[in-house]
Write a protein that binds this ligand. Structure first.
Ligand SMILES: Nc1ncnc2c1ncn2[C@@H]1O[C@H](COP(=O)(O)OP(=O)(O)OP(=O)(O)O)[C@@H](O)[C@H]1O
Length: 331
């Protein structure tokens, strides 16, 4: 349905992950997003109910006219089914139920990629060396509930975001120890994808595997407990799990940089790495990123950045909405 620009405010934007649904509103043209809120997906039966809960919490907000949601799954056609959660819905039915003139739904990491050119100084921290080359491809990877992957490639005067499922590439071992750990994971999963180790559930799986190989009894810890114990150096199994996690992430990020020729930089987002602070900076991440034999010098020139912005994917959803509406109005 064509939508004139003047009647498209307020705009609702959302970032829907396997654990958290984050929302905000843009009240008028050119104004920054406000009314940020993070809801737990498990507290709501579906996306419709989560949006309704957000709108109820934001009493006094005029009903949004249009919306864009980045969501953690491939988006192909009208039916959306989340990979790491049980929510599923029809985009068109959700649009009608929310009374929206337009609803844009895109992959959450595609949305996050769209936000990268809008990051301010201070919203990213460089890990290791390398210099960014303007106009060259940009790579994006982020462990959270799953492992999101995307990128940006130059297109005309702007950038086009990539829509793939790179978190599900096959995980390769770079050391004998990693081969042992992957063998333990292979006994549990049909396919040991990168996401099986490089995500919150993946960190738990690595910790379980390390304890199993050590003959230690199972210990159910959440991913944030594992990283807290690792950073406090209070548990050797947790410390190894987080070290292996950072090293493997370096290898997979290096593979992505090679695949894209990502001289525009490799960005690391998601809900885990930005919380690891110094531990990540001191980890094997950058060494493993560059450890690609004859291509080590090539990778040494590519900078890596941890995204520090609090709600970057929401900005990307706002950009996707701008683009969709501009396409309809020809602006
Ligand atoms: N400090 C931490 N250390 C390790 N893992 C953490 C930490 N904080 C959160 N996690 C894990 O990160 C995951 C949540 O990540 P995030 O906040 O990116 O969620 P999400 O946006 O819902 O995920 P996704 O977009 O990947 O579906 C959970 O698995 C959680 O256990």
């Amino acid at each position: 349905m064509p939508t004139g620009c003047s009647d498209t405010y307020p705009r609702l934007i959302g970032d829907i992950g396997g654990t958290h649904a984050r929302f905000a509103v843009i009240d008028s043209p050119g104004s920054p997003p406000t009314r940020f809120r993070t809801l737990c997906c498990d507290d709501h039966a579906g996306l419709l109910e989560a949006v309704q809960a957000y709108l109820l919490l934001e009493r006094g907000l005029a009903g949004p006219r249009v919306a864009a949601f980045g969501i953690a799954n491939p988006v192909e056609g009208d039916r959306v089914r989340m990979t790491n959660h049980d929510w599923s819905f029809s985009i068109e039915q959700l649009r009608i139920e929310l009374g929206l003139a337009r609803l844009v739904v895109l992959n959450d990491f595609t949305a996050l990629a769209l936000s990268l050119p809008r990051l301010q100084a201070g919203e990213r921290r460089q890990i290791g060396g390398g210099n960014e080359c303007a106009g060259r491809p940009v790579a994006l990877i982020g462990p959270g509930t799953g492992l999101g992957v995307s990128g940006l490639v130059r297109c005309g005067n702007g950038y086009a975001p990539l829509e793939g499922e790179g978190g599900h590439v096959t995980l390769a071992a770079s050391t004998p120890r990693e081969a042992e750990l992957i063998a333990v994971l292979a006994a549990r999963f049909d396919h040991v994808s990168a996401e099986r180790a490089l995500s919150g559930p993946g960190l738990i799986a690595l910790h379980d595997a390390i304890r199993q190989l050590a003959g230690a009894p199972p210990l159910a810890l959440e991913a944030d407990e594992i990283s807290a114990r690792a950073m406090a150096a209070s548990c050797p199994w947790c410390a190894e799990a987080l070290q292996v996690f950072c090293g493997m992430l370096g290898s997979v990020a290096g593979d992505l940089a090679l695949t894209l020729g990502a001289f525009g930089g490799v960005y690391i987002g998601g809900g885990i790495v930005p919380k690891l602070g110094d531990f990540f900076d001191r980890s094997d991440f950058r060494r493993r990123f560059e450890q690609k034999g004859r291509f080590s010098e090539y990778l040494a020139r590519i900078p890596c950045y941890v995204i520090l912005a609090e709600y970057p994917a929401l900005l990307g959803a706002a950009t996707a909405l701008d683009n969709a509406l501009a396409g309809e109005t020809g602006t």
